[in-house]
Design a binder for this molecule. Structure first.
Ligand SMILES: NC(=O)c1ccc[n+]([C@@H]2O[C@H](COP(=O)([O-])OP(=O)(O)OC[C@H]3O[C@@H](n4cnc5c(N)ncnc54)[C@H](OP(=O)(O)O)[C@@H]3O)[C@@H](O)[C@H]2O)c1
Length: 272
């Protein structure tokens, strides 16, 4: 595995996402067994960064993640847990309450990284950060970050946060350059903020694109691994693919070791 270190925080280039673990917007108990298998595989393969949110399966993803960590007897300090507060909870009291609820579901006494999941029209970002700063002060949260924030809100967050903003978690994958075009990725790279690329392999033509397939063949890898390696090769970028399939989980984890050549990177950059 390769790592990024920022403000004394070290994170693996590839972590594990949990959207659809335990259900999508609501808990779906039929998925519990497959979800636990996926989480256990991820832990056994060596994943140490897990990304979840109060919104995922309406809290059930957090419950299952906490359970998998306890079941595998993984030490709390050996994993880095990111979770997120939902946009509807962005005021002082609700942020504090949302964090309490996440900790109760995870059965943990702190989270490593707490993100604002999405900005909301008319939100009081300053009040939300007063609560977030308090959570850091009381030790319930180690670090703060944001998600889906464009430049204006990202800069405001830096202003309101008493501790460095560790990451902006944004959609970033081979065909999706929105956050390059809006300047966020370059700003983060220049200002010591990690870019957490979400939904890294979720795009049309992922399987069928012949250019990605040719690069994959040259590395005896899969196209999914090349899409991840393209992110891993970029400074200050980490990513958090999700999979239910233990074989895919292994392949995704191992894709951090793929070294793409300059020519391959140029080809992939020009692809979309
Ligand atoms: N902050 C936000 O607003 C936000 C939004 C979306 C996502 N996220 C986070 O980012 C994480 C990842 O994004 P995502 O779950 O949307 O999409 P993703 O990880 O890009 O794609 C997941 C899908 O790709 C398949 N897949 C993964 N690896 C594969 C492989 N090696 N070979 C074949 N198929 C593979 C999975 O199917 P199988 O199960 O069959 O492998 C699954 O259907 C989420 O879980 C969540 O933690 C955050």
């Amino acid at each position: 595995m390769k790592f990024e270190t920022i403000h004394n925080v070290t994170l693996p280039k590839i972590g594990f996402g949990t959207w659809s673990i335990g259900g999508d917007s609501y808990p779906d108990r039929k998925l519990d067994s497959a979800s636990m298998t996926a989480l256990r595989s991820a832990l056994e393969i060596g994943h140490t960064h897990f990304d979840t949110a109060e919104m995922y399966a309406n809290g059930h993803a957090e419950e299952l993640l906490g359970q998998a960590i306890r079941d595998t007897k993984t030490k709390r300090e050996d994993v880095f847990i990111t979770t997120k507060v939902s946009p509807e909870h962005l005021d002082y009291e609700k942020v504090l309450k949302a964090c309490e609820n996440s900790l109760r579901r995870l059965k943990m006494d702190y989270v490593d990284l707490y993100l604002i999941h999405w900005p909301r029209m008319g939100m009081d970002l300053e009040a939300a950060f007063r609560a977030l700063n308090k959570l850091v002060g009381t030790g319930k949260v180690r670090h703060l970050g944001v998600s889906n924030f464009k430049m204006k809100h990202l800069r405001q967050s830096q202003e309101f946060s008493e501790t460095p903003i560790i990451t902006d978690q944004v959609p970033y994958r081979l065909p999706d350059k929105e956050y390059i075009e809006n300047g966020v990725i370059e700003y983060c790279q220049k200002n010591n903020i990690l870019i957490t690329a979400y939904s890294p392999v979720k795009f049309r033509n992922m399987r069928s694109n012949q250019t990605i397939a040719a690069v994959a063949k040259a590395h005896s890898a899969t196209s999914f691994q090349i899409a991840l390696a393209w992110l891993v090769m970029q400074p200050r970028v980490i990513t958090i693919p999700m999979s239910f399939d233990p074989q895919h989980i292994k392949e995704n984890f191992e894709s951090a070791e793929i070294e793409l050549t300059k020519e391959e990177l140029e080809t992939l950059n020009k692809l979309y």
